[in-house]
Design a protein around this ligand. Structure first.
Ligand SMILES: *[C@@H]1O[C@H](CO)[C@@H](O)[C@H](O)[C@H]1NC(C)=O
Ligand SMILES: *[C@@H]1O[C@H](CO)[C@@H](O)[C@H](O)[C@H]1NC(C)=O
Ligand SMILES: *[C@@H]1O[C@H](CO)[C@@H](O)[C@H](O)[C@H]1NC(C)=O
Ligand SMILES: *[C@@H]1O[C@H](CO)[C@@H](O)[C@H](O)[C@H]1NC(C)=O
Ligand SMILES: *[C@@H]1O[C@H](CO)[C@@H](O)[C@H](O)[C@H]1NC(C)=O
Ligand SMILES: *[C@@H]1O[C@H](CO)[C@@H](O)[C@H](O)[C@H]1NC(C)=O
Ligand SMILES: *[C@@H]1O[C@H](CO)[C@@H](O)[C@H](O)[C@H]1NC(C)=O
Ligand SMILES: *[C@@H]1O[C@H](CO)[C@@H](O)[C@H](O)[C@H]1NC(C)=O
Length: 582
């Protein structure tokens, strides 16, 4: 890559700016012009179609690439429709953008880049896969807008391009049945993501990107998506990217349980497509014959959101013998995944926001944990609980939150957000890949949640967004309190530059750059862990930022107190993984 230079770029690219000042990108090979616009000091190209309409006969089917007609000009000036999901804001207050326009013709993506690039610039590319429980989410969510991140990457001297796709969700993206499996139409939402990443690989050079330097990142179900993309086809086909970042999720318990088939049965009953067996071709044909609104309403009316239904994460990837050839835990154990450099992490209090605040007795904790891990035996639940003594979790009387509440939330966090990345990361590391684990320990959401009546939750799910996307002002919203500290502003710069530095250089920090310092791989590369069974975690933000071993002389007391080595060793033991059903 030639060194980045605004001067060079301006000279080379003058011809591609239209008279009105809109940036234009020309794909000379296919004779297609993309017309974008300037905003916030960057260039935006929105609603670029990458896949065809998924309605009617195409519903559930793998996406088909969208091929623009030769000679066409694509006006990439405003956001395209979101994929079918409830209107309004299902994510509030963890996301601020209402879903206002939905369509099954939703396979579009946005490219945001520094000003005045040339194809010769070949900048590294970061591709975002949104979360939202595979139920909601869209590529126009304001808290994920990457404009600030791009400006920070330019200031850091290692500029990047950012891309965000829409992909099918819920019933439309994750329906599963024997008939759908036979026609190769399961995991549609994951196949959409893959097609979008292939679009990036095949087209990003026209936008000044490097097709051989692509990092995918995602959070929550988007982090799970990154985890699955890495093991797609069991590693038997080359992946269209080189690196991944899994934020607050890399895997999920229950993928081989019955959440999705049960959810499908409810929709099928609700719309009256239950005249034939659930797994039949007739049922699929009936579902293809209905309109989007009827199906969406039925899936919203039957959506179950409680801990026994995986807090609403009921539309999940499925082992289809193709895209996902075996259960994730098996693919990991057998080393059947792509070799990519990864960063994986969680927020320090990730799941307090999804834990019942009424939990106050050990019995409450037990039933919460048992309903989440329903296949784990009572004796194993007892052993798990004994690894988390109540005395480890001080209550917060000011917030009226009990010790048991924090205990339950921590067990939930470790099972879903911490030990699965440790398990996956150790296996990736054993195959020679660098794996970086982080614990995000700073948030500006506390005052917002306090305003909403739930104080005391700490750095929850999504806390990294305000920083890594490089614009904390996204959280200046409505009547919400907004009063960032100097430490918050400094983490905006350091955090977002660490994400873009990882995208550029495959390491989250560089000396002499305003990035995380001392963030080395969490396992000795080429092995499952260090000789003494420890691994390390980088605490990002908060009062004790820096690398820490899980215990022993190189550990920080704050991390040692989390007992991650022994707790994850139990949660990642064969018998527990088997009963977590993933
Ligand atoms: C590209 O498309 C434009 C507009 O239709 C047309 O005038 C031009 O001849 C095409 N160029 C090539 C090389 O096909
Ligand atoms: C990943 O690397 C390991 C170790 O070099 C190798 O055995 C394995 O085949 C590689 N996997 C893929 C999908 O390339
Ligand atoms: C899922 O449902 C099938 C069919 O009803 C049943 O045989 C199987 O045991 C169930 N699996 C789980 C994990 O509950
Ligand atoms: C379909 O489901 C509805 C709602 O649960 C039920 O009333 C009806 O009897 C079912 N029909 C058949 C043929 O199973
Ligand atoms: C779907 O639900 C919305 C909101 O309740 C309603 O306005 C609309 O008419 C429903 N559409 C269908 C096809 O049932
Ligand atoms: C404190 O929490 C307990 C248990 O959830 C609840 O019963 C009680 O009403 C709460 N008290 C206040 C003052 O909110
Ligand atoms: C940062 O976010 C605020 C609020 O959404 C917006 O007004 C501003 O234009 C953004 N700036 C950049 C550089 O993205
Ligand atoms: C996270 O920050 C809190 C204070 O905000 C601190 O008490 C705690 O020890 C920190 N945790 C870690 C793992 O550094």
């Amino acid at each position: 890559m030639r060194p980045f230079s605004f001067f060079g770029a301006l000279v080379l690219c003058r011809g591609t700016v239209a008279a009105e000042g809109n940036p234009e990108v020309v794909d000379a090979k296919n004779n297609v012009t993309y017309r974008g616009f300037n905003r916030n000091g960057v260039e935006a190209f929105l609603n670029i179609p990458y896949g065809q309409d998924t309605s009617g006969p195409n519903r559930f089917k793998p996406p088909r690439p969208f091929v623009p007609e030769s000679g066409s000009i694509i006006d990439a000036l405003s956001y395209g429709p979101a994929c079918p999901q409830p209107l309004g804001n299902e994510l509030f207050p963890l996301g601020f953008t209402d879903t206002t326009e939905i369509s099954e013709d939703c396979l579009n993506l946005n490219v945001i880049r520094p000003k005045s690039l040339c194809p010769e610039d070949r900048l590294p590319v970061l591709v975002w896969i949104y979360g939202g429980g595979f139920w909601s989410g869209q590529n126009r969510e304001i808290t994920n807008a990457p404009d600030g991140m791009i400006l920070e990457s330019v200031a850091n001297g290692l500029p990047i391009i950012h891309v965000t796709m829409n992909y099918r969700l819920g019933f439309f993206g994750f329906a599963q049945s024997n008939a759908l499996e036979v026609e190769g139409s399961e995991n549609a939402g994951l196949r959409d993501q893959r097609l979008a990443i292939e679009w990036v690989r095949d087209n990003i050079e026209y936008f000044g990107g490097d097709p051989e330097k692509i990092t995918i990142h995602g959070q929550s179900s988007g982090g799970l998506a990154v985890g699955i993309q890495i093991m797609a086809y069991g590693g038997s086909k080359p992946v269209p990217f080189q690196q991944g970042i899994c934020e607050s999720q890399a895997l999920e318990p229950g993928i081989i349980a019955n959440f999705t088939i049960d959810a499908l049965q409810l929709v099928v009953d609700h719309v009256g497509c239950n005249t034939s067996a659930l797994h039949s071709q007739e049922t699929v044909a009936c579902l293809r014959g209905l309109d989007m609104d009827t199906l969406l309403n039925a899936s919203a009316a039957t959506h179950q959101v409680d801990i026994a239904h995986n807090i609403g994460d009921v539309w999940l990837p499925v082992v289809d013998g193709d895209f996902l050839p075996a259960p994730p835990s098996q693919l990991i154990a057998e080393g059947r995944f792509a070799n990519v450099t990864v960063m994986m992490g969680w927020c320090d209090n990730d799941l307090t926001v999804f834990t019942d605040t009424d939990i106050s007795t050990p019995q409450d904790t037990r039933s919460f944990v048992k309903s989440y891990m329903s296949f784990v035996s009572d004796s194993d639940i007892n052993e798990l609980l004994s690894l988390y003594p109540s005395s480890d979790f001080p209550p917060n009387p000011a917030a009226n939150l009990s010790s048991e509440f924090y205990r339950a939330a921590r067990i939930f966090r470790d099972v879903l957000m911490v030990c699965e990345p440790v398990y996956y990361g150790a296996a990736l590391s054993a195959k020679g890949n660098s794996v970086y684990l982080y614990d995000w320990n700073q948030t500006i959401l506390d005052p917002i949640l306090e305003f909403e009546g739930v104080p005391g939750l700490g750095p929850i799910h999504t806390s990294e967004f305000a920083y890594i996307f490089g614009n904390i002002s996204h959280y200046k919203y409505g009547d919400f309190p907004f009063d960032p500290t100097p430490e918050d502003y400094s983490l905006v710069s350091r955090g977002s530059r660490s994400w873009s530095t990882f995208t550029s250089r495959g390491v989250p920090g560089l000396e002499g750059h305003d990035t995380f310092q001392g963030f080395t791989p969490s396992f000795s590369v080429g092995s499952q862990g260090n000789a003494d069974g420890t691994f390390s975690v980088f605490v990002a933000g908060g009062p004790s930022e820096g690398l820490s071993a899980t215990d022993g002389p190189n550990s920080k007391p704050e991390i040692a107190a989390q007992k991650l080595k022994e707790r994850c060793a139990f949660i990642n033991s064969d018998k527990i993984i088997k009963n977590l059903r993933f």
